[in-house]
Design a protein around this ligand. Structure first.
Ligand SMILES: [Zn+2]
Length: 147
């Protein structure tokens, strides 16, 4: 079984094993659970995803509007989403708008990437990466966690 938080209405959806999460729709609002794009979240929404997502990793990009490398990474992160979903759900957190959530993660420099599995941060890195590097880093971290 896997469990996902709807990005449109925040409902928690349980999916039976064998069902393709990439094609699944929310049981409450009918929106697709994955849209092939990163999702901007608030600190509270991030907590809901961490608490309720199972069977799919969360890849979080912490950014800020004044950060040049963050802007440069935005299209790269979006391209990575198309290659990583539904193995991972890509989220974005604005550290200026959500300073407490960023501080709770121990963010020191941005852009910062956090890979979260079953609610726990299993890998982190910081600095500008292209889409290929983001995908490779995520696959490597998930493989290391599974080993
Ligand atoms: Zn929904």
């Amino acid at each position: 079984m896997s469990q996902l938080v709807c990005i449109a209405c925040d409902a928690v959806n349980r999916l039976p094993a064998g069902r393709d999460p990439g094609a699944a729709k929310c049981g409450r609002c009918g929106e697709k659970l994955f849209r092939g794009a990163p999702v901007e979240v608030s600190g509270a929404q991030l907590e809901a995803h961490r608490r309720s997502t199972r069977g799919t990793a969360l890849l979080l990009d912490v950014w800020a509007p004044w950060c040049g490398p963050c802007k440069a990474m935005t299209p790269q992160f979006a391209a990575a989403a198309q290659r990583l979903e539904p193995q991972a759900r890509l989220l974005k957190l604005n550290s200026d708008a959500e300073p407490q959530a960023a501080a709770a993660l121990g963010v020191t420099g941005i852009p910062a990437l956090f890979l979260i599995s079953d609610g726990q941060v299993v890998a982190r890195t910081a600095g500008l990466m292209n889409a290929g590097q983001i995908v490779a880093w995520t696959h490597q971290a998930l493989a290391a966690k599974a080993a």
